[in-house]
Design a protein around this ligand. Structure first.
Ligand SMILES: CC(C)(COP(=O)(O)OP(=O)(O)OC[C@H]1O[C@@H](n2cnc3c(N)ncnc32)[C@H](O)[C@@H]1OP(=O)(O)O)[C@@H](O)C(=O)NCCC(=O)NCCS
Length: 188
């Protein structure tokens, strides 16, 4: 499939939100841009499966999720790096902007779902994704940008300028109940 320029795509948010400095540091065969409405076909879910188990909801449901991200304005910023010769996605990441009542109605950026295709790891694509997302978070006025990761990935995030602070707590849902259609939520 030939490379599709941004002008022919339906993007999640304006491409200019991604720093020019990050763009200029990529190999000429690579292009960084917001997620596009047709990226299901460019292997978006395949790349996420590098990170965790991904079930395929089908293209229609994928696109409905894309539209939902876009309707909630100024909140979800998912980006991709595309290999231009194949027009396939090789790296992905998202920053989600959480709005608060504290800190003068401040915001926090949450970096999520970072993944680089196995064949492209070690070429600084992960670093470029984190730099681009951190820039979006900062330009959105967030007073901090945070993320969760495994111990094995701490050195990677340190190389990206992040430092270890505090702990993560989790309450995992019982998946057997989800698959039976019985899901329960903790009361607020
Ligand atoms: C973790 C991941 C995103 C890193 O992306 P990458 O493109 O391979 O990493 P980069 O090439 O950008 O690495 C940047 C720097 O971090 C270092 N680094 C990367 N992963 C590392 C690791 N696990 N341990 C130590 N250092 C690491 C690199 O050596 C490089 O250092 P340098 O600047 O001194 O050369 C990628 O390996 C990946 O997709 N892993 C599987 C999914 C995953 O774990 N995602 C993160 C979820 S929190």
């Amino acid at each position: 499939m030939p490379f599709t320029p941004d002008s022919e795509l339906d993007l999640l948010f304006p491409a200019e939100y991604i720093s020019q400095e990050v763009r200029s540091q990529l190999h000429p065969d690579l292009h960084i841009r917001p997620l596009a409405s047709t990226d299901y076909k460019r292997g978006h879910l395949n790349i996420l499966s590098v990170l965790t188990v991904v079930s395929d909801p089908g293209e229609e449901a994928w696109r409905a999720q894309f539209n939902m991200f876009r309707e909630i304005q100024k909140t979800y910023y998912s980006i991709v790096i595309v290999d231009k010769p194949s027009d396939r996605i090789v790296a992905v990441g998202t920053v989600f902007i959480e709005r608060k009542f504290l800190r003068g109605l401040g915001s926090v950026g949450h970096i999520e779902d970072i993944a680089v295709d196995k064949s492209q790891q070690g070429k600084k694509l992960g670093l470029r994704i984190i730099q681009a997302l951190t820039g979006i978070s900062e330009n959105s006025g967030c007073y901090k940008t945070i993320l969760n990761c495994s111990d094995a990935n701490i050195p990677f995030y340190q190389k990206c300028g992040y430092e270890k602070k505090e702990n993560e707590m989790v309450s995992d849902i019982d998946l057997s109940l989800v698959f039976c259609g019985l899901t329960f939520y903790l009361p607020p």
